[in-house]
Design a binder for this molecule. Structure first.
Ligand code: NAD
Length: 377
């Protein structure tokens, strides 16, 4: 199997889909690997490192794609000129709302797999890119907040007196939120958190943070079978907003991470709530890529509103690219390995396999995923 590792657009994506470590593993399992020159640079991996790992380093997109059976990228590439009919593509495909791009890939005969659709089942944990990336994004959100906060995070007791601990409020206690809680706690902050899923309550408490939420009947049924949050009713959102408005005015740092798969991010922090926060507070919106949880944030900008710093990087995971790439590349290796035939060493696309069925978007000329396939005429 010939594997191509693409160089991302460095202005959008500093991560890389394969590291020297995973290149070595692919080669040990019988593949050959071509890396587009410069692919690892923003994540701290030099072309020479890939060369030492056994890959060939190739200048230019078309040259690296020529003959590739499997193309690895972090994000869905804008174009794949030169890729052969029948090649497979593994990437964060961002399929929601991008039906046209999927149709084009299908037409080009590419079998594309969406890493973000890997099911959250035990067998697939090692491939779970959403978790590995969200984990570090949650950590980094706290680091960014602390860097912009003009005060100390822990309570400091000194001969000159005491400075209080920062109060941190985390909204959305999934993978990123739980890591944000843990990181803020390690830095000595007093942490509270909210979520709409009841299962989050115990997880928040186990990290030493206080859970703040509207715990009505709708809350008790807010988790889908897949473990994700449902979109809440307008009535619930109003109750939640009233509770949050009260709480947020007393916080120094707010980190929002609330997402609903395939939907715009829920708006949780209004302009009025922001203006109730005291001067010098910091808000980090980790949902910025999906429209944001906070009113008035500018994607990829750090802005000021009424003395509050608003941070809305759309690719927080990319701000720790060496670490996130190391994990992402291992996730991708495990995913590819699970589809590789042990005898022939080629990719075997078995549509009866649960992980393949959940992730395969385009195959043999069509969009095949039930969520994205065009409706029958
Ligand atoms: P996510 O990124 O989809 O959303 C982040 C958090 O925002 C979630 O906890 C969600 O409940 C919350 N949220 C949504 N709407 C909200 C609102 N209006 N107000 C407040 N919070 C809101 O979630 P995720 O981090 O991907 O995790 C989703 C679930 O998947 C969790 O239950 C997690 O434990 C589970 N999970 C399971 C596995 C596994 O392998 N079994 C791995 C990772 C995560």
């Amino acid at each position: 199997m010939k594997i191509a590792v693409l160089r991302e657009d460095p202005s959008l994506e500093p991560r890389v889909a394969a590291t020297s470590e995973t290149v070595k593993k692919f080669i040990a399992s019988g593949a050959t690997v071509a890396v587009e020159a410069g692919a690892g640079r923003p994540a701290g991996i030099l072309d020479a490192d890939y060369g030492t790992a056994g890959a060939s380093v190739v200048e230019g997109r078309e040259a690296v794609l020529a003959d590739a059976d499997l193309i690895l990228a972090v994000r869905r590439p804008a174009a794949l000129h030169g890729a052969k009919h029948g090649a497979a593509l593994v990437a964060l495909m961002d399929p929601f709302g991008n039906e046209q791009a999927l149709a084009e890939l299908a037409q080009a005969g590419i079998s594309s797999f969406s890493l973000e659709l890997i099911p959250r089942i035990t067998r697939a944990q090692v491939m779970d890119v959403l978790s590995s990336q969200a984990n570090l994004a949650g950590y980094q959100a706290v680091i960014e907040a602390a860097a912009h906060f003009g005060r100390a995070m822990p309570m400091m007791m000194t001969a000159a007196g005491t400075v209080p601990a920062a109060r941190v409020f985390v909204m959305g206690a999934g993978v990123a939120g739980l890591q944000a809680i843990a990181t803020a706690r390690r830095l000595g902050a007093v942490v509270t958190a909210t979520d709409v899923r009841p299962a989050a309550k115990e997880q928040v408490a186990s990290l030493g943070a206080k859970f703040v939420a509207v715990e009505d009947e709708e809350f008790k049924a807010a988790e889908t079978a897949g473990g994700y949050a449902k979109e809440m009713s307008a009535d619930y959102q109003a109750k939640q907003a009233a509770l949050v408005a009260d709480h947020i005015a007393k916080q120094d740092i707010v980190i929002t991470t609330a997402l609903i798969p395939g939907r715009p991010a829920p708006k949780l922090v209004s302009a009025a709530m922001l203006s109730s926060m005291r001067e010098g507070s910091v808000v980090v919106d980790l949902a910025a890529e999906r429209g944001g949880n906070v009113e008035g944030v500018t994607p990829d900008q750090v802005t000021q509103k009424d003395g509050v710093t608003l941070i809305a990087y759309t690719n927080m995971a990319g701000r720790v690219a060496a670490s996130t790439s190391a994990l992402l590349a291992r996730n991708i290796f495990a995913f590819v390995e699970s589809m590789t035939d042990k005898e022939t060493k080629a990719l075997r696309i078995d549509r009866n396999d649960e992980i393949t069925a959940a992730t395969l978007l385009t195959h043999e000329g069509s969009v095949v995923h039930p969520r994205f396939a065009p409706a029958a005429p």
